[in-house]
Design a protein around this ligand. Structure first.
Ligand code: DGL
Length: 276
């Protein structure tokens, strides 16, 4: 056992704040692990970018992060990054195990009574063949209705905290109604940003529509990879450093998130001056 390796952090990455619920979930279950977080706000949003552009920018970002953070495991806490670049990152950085976040399509299609599962994600995630292929593999009798909601990503990143719960319910209602009208009996939250609205989605979905998220799937996968590689534990569970790309100060919203999620903010471009 190499404790010098074990004490290194587990690194979570998203284009913005979407991965924070995943970081929190993992930290709660793993108090003996150190963690770090990256919000790539310079390149936010990822959803409208194509696969090659995302692979290139994530390669560049990890090339900077690996020597700086020395992670023992990286969690792409972003569906868009995962469906687009997980394979290329694994090839490019064979020494670093990666965990991806993909929409929880499997339980949704396996449990569907109406034979129609709903998935809400970014344009890139919904356009990717991954979701339909996974659904066909798990239950060929169930169709998947994918809806891209880029405006909801922007809402969560920039506005969610400054509006009332009533306003949040008003914003997501059309999506829930769209799935209900089509006969879907599930809504898979296929973008990590939407986890911030999980309670609101569940309230509007009611009894007849099940809302799926991938929180525990991602934590479990990270835990089993760490165990398998003998990398479990070794940290103190201390306050994670949260690296923000892009220029400028963190701003009030990130200061608040730092308080809510117990983060220590670091301006990544302030360190190297080298834009991604
Ligand atoms: N949070 C990301 C996801 O899970 C993407 C948001 C974006 O940058 O478009 O897909």
């Amino acid at each position: 056992m190499n404790s010098g390796t074990n004490e290194r952090p587990v690194l979570f990455l998203d284009s913005g704040l979407g991965g924070l619920p995943y970081l929190r979930h993992f930290r709660e279950r793993n108090p003996g692990e150190d963690t770090a977080y990256v919000a790539d706000r310079r390149n936010f949003p990822y959803g409208p970018k194509d696969k090659d552009a995302l692979s290139a920018l994530l390669f560049s970002l990890f090339s900077r992060l690996i020597p700086l953070v020395r992670p023992k495991l990286a969690v792409l806490a972003c569906n868009t990054a995962s469906v687009s670049a997980l394979d290329s990152l694994r090839k490019a950085f064979p020494g670093l195990p990666f965990v991806g976040t993909v929409p929880a399509v499997k339980p949704a299609v396996l449990n569907s009574r109406s034979a129609l599962a709903g998935v809400l994600g970014t344009e890139r995630t919904i356009a990717d063949e991954y979701i339909q292929a996974l659904a066909r593999k798990c239950n060929p009798a169930c169709r998947v209705m994918g809806v891209a909601a880029p405006e909801l990503v922007e809402f969560v990143e920039y506005a969610m905290n400054s509006v009332s719960r009533a306003e949040r319910l008003r914003v997501i209602k059309p999506y829930v109604e769209q799935f209900r009208a089509a006969g879907a009996d599930s809504i898979v939250l296929g973008c990590t940003h939407f986890l911030f609205l999980l309670d609101e989605f569940r309230e509007l979905a009611g009894e007849d529509i099940t809302v799926y998220d991938s929180l525990s799937g991602v934590s479990s996968r990270a835990e089993s990879l760490l165990s398998r590689q003998g990398l479990r534990g070794g940290g103190t569970g201390g306050r994670p450093r949260c690296f923000l790309t892009g220029g400028g100060e963190p701003g009030a919203a990130w200061e608040k998130l730092a308080g809510d999620f117990d983060l220590s903010l670091v301006l990544l471009d302030g360190i190297s001056g080298e834009p991604v």
